[in-house]
Design a protein around this ligand. Structure first.
Ligand SMILES: [Zn+2]
Length: 402
């Protein structure tokens, strides 16, 4: 019984420390009294928790701030610059590695050479080497987050399918990297990593029901429902890219037919551009990203054929939004990654589909917008996987005692 009581006490302490850190993380400088109020902790408990956290350096005291009843009091702030994480983004042909502070500020970002199905083992070796060097250079790194294409089987550590680049299926990320470094490694499906990044770093952070609609080389979705990530039994839930929008449509590597990913991923758009041959001349020799960016540039410059193609892609993106709203009823859907660079024209076309096909009450209460995070939101997402873990379980990373 005593053991159970101790365990419970330890869990409560950890929960309280996590709450204090998260509150300071999202709300900036606060006094102890404000924190105690906001988190329903006694002043004595708050003093004890903050003393432990101050000892580790992860929070620090600031000069006097004006608190309740205009009394001056000492402020506490989250020292996000003190500790760092490494984020590793695995896309199909692109592997990026970045070092970030705990607010997601990039300190360095490295692109590994473009990956093909044949060079995946080289890319894996490259990650070992580069991360090893970064860890040796920076003693403040406390964890590594990895974002991998879905559907990702979280308990197994492997991606179940990477359409158009099946070689990634042979990499077991947990086995390959789990114990490879001096700090822990956390792996998450890329769109789930993306929604964590939105919730930690973006203006949409207040939304506790948030969907991140990843429109990159693949199409994915990460959903936070009432503050919790939706994973499914094996971690392969919310795979919007493999929801069919046409039962007689284009076949997909997953076995389904008419998968959304086959119409509005960067890979699908690139394929259509090569087939078309005129909107983006020379598309065949470009990367998926480059071909898409050329299309969007032509559209922005007034090319009517390009504009019409962007609108058609936007409609497909909109079909996905309809499914997302009906399946998860989020407050906010954030469109991100390569295809979101289709911009306002693409967004407007997606919204028109939603206006036509979604119940008015649901449509009115759902905000759909483009990501306001920088270009490489997925690598930021990889960092967010590690930061989220740190905020949830601080004593796994800091010497906090029992
Ligand atoms: Zn599919």
């Amino acid at each position: 019984m005593e053991g159970t009581a101790k365990t419970t006490q330890a869990l409560v302490s950890e929960y309280n420390r996590s709450s204090v850190l998260e509150y300071l993380y999202h709300n900036g400088v606060c006094s102890r009294a404000q924190l105690a109020d906001a988190l329903s902790l006694t002043p004595a408990a708050l003093t004890k928790i903050s003393a432990r956290l101050l000892d580790t350096g992860i929070i620090e005291e600031t000069g006097g701030i004006v608190g309740r009843k205009n009394r001056r009091s000492i402020g506490l702030r989250f020292a996000s610059e003190r500790l760092h994480v490494i984020g590793v983004k695995f896309a199909r042909s692109l592997v990026q590695i970045g070092v970030f502070d705990l607010k997601g500020t990039p300190l360095s970002v490295t692109d590994l050479p473009d990956v093909t199905d044949e060079t995946i083992p080289d890319a894996v070796r490259g990650v070992h080497e580069t991360v090893g060097i970064l860890l040796a250079q920076d003693p403040n790194v406390i964890a590594i987050g990895m974002a991998v294409p879905g559907p990702y089987l979280r308990t197994v550590g492997r991606t179940a399918l990477v359409s158009s680049m099946q070689g990634w299926r042979r990499v077991n990320f947990l086995r390959e990297f789990g114990g490879a470094f001096r700090v822990p490694v956390f792996v998450e499906q890329d769109a789930r990593a993306g929604v964590l990044a939105q919730s930690l770093f973006s203006e949409s952070a207040d939304a506790s029901n948030l969907a991140y609609y990843l429109l990159g080389e693949g199409v994915g979705l990460g959903v936070i429902d009432h503050g919790e990530l939706i994973n499914g039994a094996q971690g392969a839930a919310t795979e919007i890219g493999h929801v069919s929008i046409d039962v007689n449509g284009r076949p997909c590597d997953c076995g389904n037919v008419g998968c959304l990913e086959r119409y509005c991923s960067a890979v699908a758009i690139h394929h259509d551009l090569v087939e078309d041959g005129t909107i983006v001349p020379g598309a065949a020799s470009m990367s998926h990203r480059k071909a898409c960016m050329e299309l969007f540039k032509a559209s922005d410059e007034g090319d009517e054929a390009a504009q019409s193609m962007v609108e058609s892609i936007g409609r497909f993106v909109g079909f996905g939004c309809v499914t997302i709203i009906n399946a998860y009823n989020p407050d906010v859907i954030v469109l991100g990654d390569i295809v979101s660079h289709g911009g306002d024209r693409l967004l407007a076309a997606a919204r028109r589909v939603v206006d036509e096909r979604v119940l008015p009450e649901l449509n009115d209460s759902t905000d759909i917008h483009l990501s306001d995070l920088p270009e490489d939101a997925t690598i930021l997402g990889a960092a967010a996987v590690a930061i989220d873990r740190f905020l949830d379980h601080p004593s796994d990373f800091l010497a906090l005692g029992a």
